[in-house]
Design a protein around this ligand. Structure first.
Ligand SMILES: [Zn+2]
Ligand SMILES: [Zn+2]
Length: 273
């Protein structure tokens, strides 16, 4: 693993909605969304799905305090906070930035999941320290700058542009790229080095799932092409989507956009920017 790369993204988890396991998921993986970034040498994490269980080897001993950006508080983006190894590291401090929604801070939103009868142990009881902050555009420690815009998703979602080390990464998961929001996100993501985008569904599935707050992979790739993203990784794979189906979709994607670095993300994939 090129741990010393100044600008690197590791897709810790790429599955959407619920974690899955089984031999049909070995290539793309079954862990829900979590992404590790190191920009200009500064580490940070986006979302805390079960992919967060793979976090720790990437961190140097003096990097146990790191910012975590939460797109929203749906369970598939929080489940890693239950028992991921980093939560049992006494030296770890996660500064979690999330948007207040419907009058509730991100801490209260997340707290609903980690409360009996849904879960026995609150995250504040775990050895790692967690400190919640309001998610706002601006500067984060370590020379990272953050821009935020609202996407289209039940309950709301923060679409984020993270810049540092001369590179920018746009994270647009759990967003229905409908005609109304598409132009806004296209400008927001313009010329980014990497677009990580929700492309959960196929056009055939779309009619029965259009209100679920996700996009088709064609919407995601159209966004990447139109905003001139240098790379695209499609994420939030449907829980029922097998490796074979994702391979087929990947072949179609390459045929539509030959020569572009566009692909379906895989758990553990490392992207050097
Ligand atoms: Zn999700
Ligand atoms: Zn969601």
């Amino acid at each position: 693993m090129p741990l010393n790369s100044h600008n690197i993204v590791i897709l810790l988890g790429t599955r959407g909605s619920v974690p899955v396991s089984g031999e049909q998921y070995l290539k793309y993986g079954g862990a829900t969304l979590s992404v590790f970034l190191r920009l200009g040498g500064t580490p940070l994490v986006i979302d805390c799905g079960t992919g967060l269980f793979s976090l720790l080897p990437q961190l140097a001993p003096d990097e146990r305090a790191l910012p975590v950006l939460l797109s929203h508080a749906h369970a598939d983006h929080l489940l890693g906070l239950t028992m991921a190894p980093v939560m049992f590291d006494e030296a770890a401090q996660l500064d979690i930035y999330g948007a207040a929604r419907e009058g509730e801070t991100a801490e209260r939103q997340a707290g609903r999941l980690f409360t009996p009868p849904l879960w026995p142990v609150g995250i504040s009881k775990l050895p790692a320290k967690t400190v919640f902050h309001e998610l706002r555009p601006g500067e984060l420690p370590g020379g990272i700058s953050l821009d935020v815009t609202e996407g289209v998703h039940p309950g709301g979602v923060s679409v984020m542009r993270i810049s540092g080390g001369g590179k920018s990464v746009v994270y647009c998961s759990d967003c229905c790229l409908d005609e109304a929001v598409f132009p806004k996100i296209r400008s927001f993501a313009a010329s980014c080095d990497l677009l990580i985008c929700d492309g959960q569904y196929t056009p055939e599935e779309w009619p029965t799932r259009s209100g679920f707050g996700h996009s088709t992979w064609q919407m995601a790739s159209a966004l990447a092409a139109e905003c001139l993203a240098r790379r695209l990784r499609i994420v939030h794979h449907a829980p029922f989507r097998s490796d074979a189906e994702l391979d087929e979709m990947q072949n179609s994607l390459i045929n539509i956009y030959p020569g572009r670095d566009f692909s379906f993300g895989r758990d553990g994939e490392e992207i050097v920017l």
